[in-house]
Each structure stands twice: as C-alpha cells, then as structure tokens.
Design a binder for this molecule. Structure first.
Ligand code: NAG
Ligand code: NAG
Ligand code: NAG
Length: 456
C-alpha cells in the first residue's frame, strides 16, 4: 500500500474528534421523509426498540467490541485535566484493531532496577568528535547584527554538517559577536551547575503556560533513580507564576515532587513550540556530562522507572536513540496534509519546507519495501530516549537545525533528517530504535494540553 492509496483509504482525517463529526454527517444524510406520520411512528418505534436492545445488552457486550465506547475511553480525549491522579486505565483489548483504538501495550521491563547492568561503555557506537559553533561572526550589510539562537548557517554549511566526522557545527546556543546581548535561553548559574552534574536525565518543559505540571508517579520510581537521575522541568517565568498561583510552589531546592524546576529567561523564539524544541532536541547541550537522557512531553506523566526505560529501549536493543512512531500516520505526505488541515502552521512555510525536502530526495514511505530504513516516517516525538553518543548528538543537532530553519513542526523534518544522515554516511552505523506508539503509552500517561497554542 503506497502513501496515496493509504490516504484515500483512510480519508485525510484520522483524528477521533473528526471521526465523530464524520459519523454524525453520515447519519445526517439519511433522507428523513417529512410528511408521513406513519413513517415517523415507525422510526420512533424502531429507535425505542434499538435503544432498549442496546442498553439491556450493554453489560454483555465485550468491552473491546464496541467502537463507540472505545472512542469515549480514548485516553487522549477524555483524560482529566485537574492534575488529580487519573482513574486506572481501561484494560487493553486482547487484539486491538490496527490504527483505531490506542491503548498501551505490554512491554517486558526488567523486574527491578537492582540487577540492571549498564553497558560498560558507549564506545562501541560510531565514534567521532563534535564541537559546536559558539559565536556567529557574520554581520549583516548595514552592520545591524540579527541575533539568532540557531546562528546563521549557510546551505553549504548545512550540507557539510550531515557528515558523521569530526566537525564543528551549528547546534543552537549561538551567541552574537562580542558585546552583544544574550541570545536567550538563559539559565541561572546555580541551575547550570546542577545540570552539569547530571549523568542521567529525565526532562520536559512547559513554556507559555501550556500545560499542568504532571509529577512522575513516585511509587513507580526506584530509590536508585530518585538518587541518581536528574528530573528537570524547564519552565518560563509566566508558567512558574501560574503554577505558584495554583499552589505548586518549588521548595528550597527548587523542586516540586521529583521535578526540579529550572526557569528559562529570555526565550529565544516568539513561537513557544519552537522554544520547546530546545530542551526537547538539545539535551546533550543542556546536560553536557549526561550519558543518557529521556525526554517526555509535559502532557505526559512518567510512570515507569527511567532506568528500566533505558534498559528496555537502549541497552537491550543496543540502540543509541529511541523514539516511537506515530499511532496513525507513517508518511510525510500525509503529515503535511494533516498539519494544513488542522492549521498547525503557516501553509506557505510548510510548502517551502516540503518542496525543499522533495527536491533533496525525500520519498514516500513504502510499508511494503523490505529495505525500508524506518518502520514509519512520522514519529510521535513526545517521548525520546537517548544515549549521548556522537551519532545520536549529531542527529539531534541536525534535526534541531531543521526546526530552526523551517517550520517548528518536527514531525515534518524527522524522516528527512534521518534518511539524509544515513544516505550521507553509509558506512557509519546509527543504532536507531523506532518503537511502537502503544509502548509509549505504557511509559507515560497521556493528558490533553492545558490550552491550544495558536498556530504561528
Ligand atoms: C560492538 O559492535 C559490533 C558491530 O557493530 C558487534 O559485533 C559487537 O558484538 C559489539 N560489541 C559489544 C560488546 O556490544
Ligand atoms: C577526531 O577527533 C578525535 C578526538 O578529538 C581524535 O582523536 C581523532 O584523531 C580525530 N579524527 C580525525 C580523523 O581527525
Ligand atoms: C507564511 O510564510 C511565508 C513564507 O515563509 C511568509 O512569507 C509569510 O509572511 C507567512 N505568513 C504569515 C501570516 O506569517
């Protein structure tokens, strides 16, 4: 099944909310005769009979065979937003029908963190050394320097940066020439000192007050992880004051529960989503001593021990980067249409990015291709598990640079970046683990965002 046939078959709208609408429309098309009383009486009777049958049999219908009930139980749509512990998840169906219902699935985690053996070193992965451009020296014609957090990378520099070799590349945090003010994303010295000590990190962010604070499920987190893993939640000042107003005030150590709140001042982008990509994609820059990091979106509550996650998604599979695929979409063509349909971003900017990618070799996802490099070209990037190895760090920088240059929709640039990196380094292994979305749902509990961030 190629990309387009896939589109036609599924329609362009795979969101549950949209499905409700379409379902409604379908019923709406039944031609109701307006005048015949007998027909009305018949319909009324039939409806009554159906209702009676349905309700009297409801408790006999196996849960997983009733599509309507399943949609109401959809975790994304119906989770509480109060921050109170949510009710226990519905039992996963024995055989879930592909792409429709989205449930967590079984993951064989290690029994306990006590017997985990971290691989002795990370040097079995592709080795080279990366340095990062610290300062942009280029100035514009009229001597007004346009400060950019991502720097001013030329297309030629961009092209060269894809080679997995010793190099110095753009990877955010680019300062202006001496004498210029900060580029943004400022962190106070105390927090920086703490972040420099972190060896294993779980991090997330809330900018622009877009989410509630979801604390990791404490009883699922081992004593070992509580002592050895940094849990860092990046927030802006606006979010911090909103959280404080709601009674979530950090203690003297800057912590709320397991999260240590790190306040970011002087946000580098007007677009909060784009700002959010800094901690999401650049954890190796924010935590320079870290060997491993786990990113989760703030709409999720972590409820598996981070060490068990590292073991399951990296160590066991000898991977250096793990991310889940999208629950419904696998093709970038489809993702582009979906982004436009939901007005996620300026359409012209999406087209510019997409045309550029097509002219540079992006192809449609072909599920039947036995040599396909990824199980899907569309990620569900709300959960990322990384070893901070050279390939993993390079991929993260390259992906961030795309988000900086083009739209902030990172699902659009993911496959292009990955495929180009592979294409330009055929002899350099990158041990990538794209796991199933249902597994992501086991790692963390999903909630809806607090507010809808307007498209920019
Ligand atoms: C290191 O990687 C090579 C190939 O990439 C593999 O054959 C070997 O088993 C690995 N060694 C360890 C200790 O994982
Ligand atoms: C790459 O950098 C490493 C460490 O800085 C160095 O040991 C190695 O010789 C360099 N390799 C090349 C090909 O320059
Ligand atoms: C949309 O993007 C295009 C191209 O990047 C730009 O020229 C245009 O000003 C943008 N429109 C809006 C409303 O931001």
């Amino acid at each position: 099944m190629n990309c387009y046939r896939y589109l036609e078959k599924r329609g362009l709208s795979n969101d549950n909310a949209i499905r409700f609408v379409r379902r409604g429309k379908r019923f709406g098309r039944i031609p109701f005769p307006r005048h015949k009383l007998s027909t009305w009486t018949f319909l009324f009777g039939a409806t009554f009979l159906i209702c009676f049958l349905v309700f009297s049999n409801l408790n006999k219908i196996p849960f997983h065979e009733s599509p309507l009930i399943l949609q109401q139980a959809h975790p994304d749509l119906w989770e509480s937003e109060t921050g109170r512990p949510p009710p226990p998840p519905p039992p996963p169906p024995p055989r879930s029908k592909r792409g429709r219902q989205h449930f967590p699935c079984e993951i064989g985690f290690a029994k306990s963190v006590d017997y985990l053996v971290e691989p002795s070193d990370l040097t079995n992965f592709t080795q080279f050394s990366l340095k990062y451009i610290d300062r942009d020296q280029k100035s514009s014609s009229n001597n007004v320097f346009d400060l950019r957090f991502g720097g001013h990378q030329t297309l030629e520099e961009r092209q060269q940066s894809f080679y997995a070799k010793n190099q110095t590349l753009h990877c955010g945090f680019v300062k202006g020439p001496p004498g210029y003010a900060s580029i943004g994303f400022e962190i106070n010295e105390k927090d920086k000192a703490y972040m420099n000590t972190c060896k294993i990190v779980v991090s997330s962010c809330i900018f622009g007050n877009s989410d509630f604070l979801r604390r990791p499920t404490s009883k699922q987190i081992s004593g070992y992880s509580k002592d050895n893993v940094c849990f860092v939640m990046f927030v802006d000042e606006q979010t911090l004051s909103k959280l404080s107003m709601e009674g979530n005030v950090p203690d003297d150590g800057g912590k709320i529960g397991l999260w240590r709140l790190v306040v970011i001042r002087n946000l580098p982008y007007k677009d909060m989503r784009r700002t959010g990509k800094v901690p999401k994609l650049l954890s190796h820059r924010l935590f320079p001593s870290a060997r491993y990091s786990i990113w989760l979106d703030s709409k999720m509550r972590l409820h598996i021990d981070p060490m068990l996650i590292l073991e399951r998604f990296l160590w066991r599979t000898k991977s250096e980067y793990a991310i889940s695929n999208h629950y419904d979409r696998h093709c970038v063509w489809e993702e582009v249409l979906q982004n436009k349909r939901l007005n996620k971003y300026n359409h012209t900017a999406i087209d510019e990015q997409f045309n550029f990618y097509q002219s540079d070799g992006l192809t449609k996802f072909d599920p039947s291709d036995p040599n396909k490099l990824l199980p899907s070209y569309v990620p569900e990037g709300s959960f990322i598990v990384r070893a901070h190895t050279p390939m993993s760090n390079l991929f993260s920088c390259l992906w961030f640079n795309e988000v900086d240059r083009f739209t902030s929709r990172d699902q659009l640039s993911f496959a292009y970046t990955y495929l180009k990196l592979k294409r330009m380094n055929p002899d350099k292994p990158f041990n990538f683990n794209m796991f199933k979305d249902c597994e992501r749902r086991t790692l963390a509990k999903l909630f809806r965002h607090r507010i809808t961030v307007l498209p920019s």
